[in-house]
Design a protein around this ligand. Structure first.
Ligand code: ZN
Ligand code: ZN
Length: 552
């Protein structure tokens, strides 16, 4: 029903004004469309609105049917316009979008700015940065919207170099990227750990007067933290005149992942005191701060508060994951197991993987087997789980179990992720896989690895060969350990940087126990600060110690 005071634009029929409403019930929409179809829409405007109504009520295929049955079949008396395609593009799948794209050309609408940007956005979101680029490249007169869409597209698809080239081109054309594009770029910079680029974007944001934008500022803070520079992250936070929940959450999470648990707790307390209400993400960071910092009692208190509803919500699976990690770290495996069994939500892979890791670390075969069996039931066949199990069996002398796992691994039935480590020297990223021999300085690097391992051994380092699951003799196992990508990256860091520089490495998987020990020795023997970001947290190695206190 139309409201009495509702103004109806002249060219719009009553049906279409209702079709415009996103609140319309799907059943009512079908009825109205049925009536329109029965009497035949008077013009393209009405059909476009019909398509729009279908797409906003999540029935894009009905919209496509309207297009093919009522616009295309009308001969050329009704030529679709840019809006027809803009509405059709919403909610369609890749094949349909490709077909729509072809029709955009067929009807000579390829020069329409919004249509081109929508296509760029669609392809970029679908992970097809090259297709997005080919639309962008074909745009005759590129404007800010096109550039922003493309920049976003590259950034979201992990294409750092192309993003930067485009960003510079935008600046040279006096186009100012919007906050969404800048944040996408910052996220990419954080992902690559490219600290100097984070700095450059920060300086640019100051000049572009974007520092009042909390979305941008928080993202800069987060980028610094993820590039291993917690001090700069804290400074950005300190300089924020207004802080919203995301800003507080970002810094608490940063402190947590860098192992500065007590500071994270203090920040949380300050946040509550200043009247900010914590949300689920805050509690995840807080509990993980307690876990990474080994702060058991406070962690338990916060979790009990969560269970009592003190924060206005119940714990989710991530909160449970942190808590299981916390109890596992403290060696309270029975308690961790009990918590898993009494969870109020369904446990996920991370929960069991955390329990497995804790049980293996503490050599509790019973609980490790329980966690592994649950993981198997879930179809989580990650090789890392079997490696943990095998190491534990090896430590207990259960060789029959070790060989059982080895043969399973040899069969190749397990998913094994390829590990790599990267290091940035003079603004260039060097990425090393295991045993890397492709680097131009490969000979020098391998000579350094050899020298390094011999020096470490003389200082008391004992290779932990239980990590190696291959059938090799001890010498072979030691050699295999020296081929780990983080050792190659650190050797390259040692020959390429001066002593005053911290060696910063990023690793896509969890650092292994042997590399962790070796890094502690390297920091002591070579007097270097080493920062490694693995897939769990930051490890700051200095003078023979790690900030994770050997639990991660
Ligand atoms: Zn390793
Ligand atoms: Zn560590």
């Amino acid at each position: 029903m139309l409201l009495a005071n509702q103004v109806i634009p002249q060219r719009q029929g009553p049906h279409c004004s209702l079709l415009n409403s996103s609140a319309i019930q799907p059943k009512r929409l079908d009825q109205l469309c049925g009536q329109l179809i029965k009497k035949g829409c008077a013009n393209l405007f009405d059909w476009n609105n019909t398509i729009k109504a279908y797409t906003i009520t999540h029935k894009p295929h009905e919209g496509l049917l309207v297009y093919t049955k009522h616009i295309l079949s009308n001969g050329l008396t009704l030529r679709p316009n840019a809006f027809t395609f803009l509405f059709l593009l919403r909610g369609c799948n890749l094949d349909e979008v490709r077909a729509i794209h072809a029709h955009v050309f067929k009807f000579g609408l390829q020069g329409h700015q919004l249509l081109e940007s929508s296509l760029i956005n669609f392809y970029a979101n679908a992970g097809l940065a090259d297709d997005a680029w080919s639309v962008f490249d074909g745009v005759a007169e590129k404007d800010l919207v096109h550039f922003t869409s493309m920049l976003n597209g590259f950034a979201r698809n992990g294409r750092l170099d192309e993003s930067l080239v485009l960003f510079r081109e935008m600046l040279s054309l006096d186009f100012c990227p919007d906050s969404v594009a800048i944040v996408a770029l910052l996220r990419l910079v954080a992902q690559f750990g490219a600290h100097h680029l984070g700095r450059a974007l920060h300086s640019w944001a100051i000049k572009a007067q974007m520092m009042e934008n909390l979305f941008v500022t928080t993202s800069i803070l987060d980028t610094y933290a993820k590039c291993g520079d917690l001090e700069d992250a804290c400074q950005v936070f300190g300089e924020m005149r207004v802080k919203d929940l995301s800003a507080w959450n970002a810094l608490i999470a940063a402190l947590a992942v860098h192992g500065r648990g007590e500071e994270a707790i203090q920040l949380f307390q300050r946040m509550v005191k200043e009247g900010e209400k914590p949300d689920q993400a805050t509690l995840v960071s807080l509990l993980s701060a307690c876990s990474h910092g080994g702060i058991v009692q406070k962690g338990e208190t916060y979790f009990r508060g969560l269970l009592k509803g003190d924060f206005g919500f119940m714990p989710n699976v991530k909160h449970y994951g942190c808590m299981i990690d916390l109890l596992g770290r403290a060696g309270r495996l029975e308690d961790a197991c009990e918590l898993v069994e009494t969870m109020l939500v369904d446990a996920d892979e991370i929960v069991y993987a955390t329990l497995l890791s804790a049980a293996c670390t503490h050599g509790n075969v019973h609980i490790a087997e329980f966690a592994a069996s649950r993981l198997l039931k879930m179809g989580a066949n990650n090789a890392a789980y079997q490696v943990s199990l095998s190491n534990m069996y090896a430590a207990k002398g259960r060789w029959e179990k070790v060989s059982e796992i080895r043969s399973r691994m040899r069969d190749g039935r397990l998913k094994k992720m390829v590990g790599w480590s990267s290091i940035r020297i003079n603004h260039q990223v060097h990425k090393f896989a295991m045993g890397e021999g492709l680097h131009p300085r490969s000979k020098e690097i391998h000579a350094m690895v050899e020298e390094m391992m011999a020096t470490l051994k003389m200082s008391g380092y004992v290779p932990n060969t239980s990590v190696v699951l291959l059938d090799l003799d001890d010498k072979g196992k030691e050699q295999d350990l020296s081929r780990h990508s983080e050792k190659i990256a650190v050797a390259f860091g040692l020959i390429s940087t001066s002593k005053s520089h911290a060696i910063k490495i990023m690793k896509n998987l969890r650092i292994c126990i042997d590399c962790h020990t070796a890094m502690k020795f390297i920091s002591l023997v070579y007097g270097r600060r080493i920062v490694i970001r693995d897939n769990k947290r930051f490890h700051h190695f200095e003078e023979g110690r790690c900030s994770c206190k050997d639990y991660w």
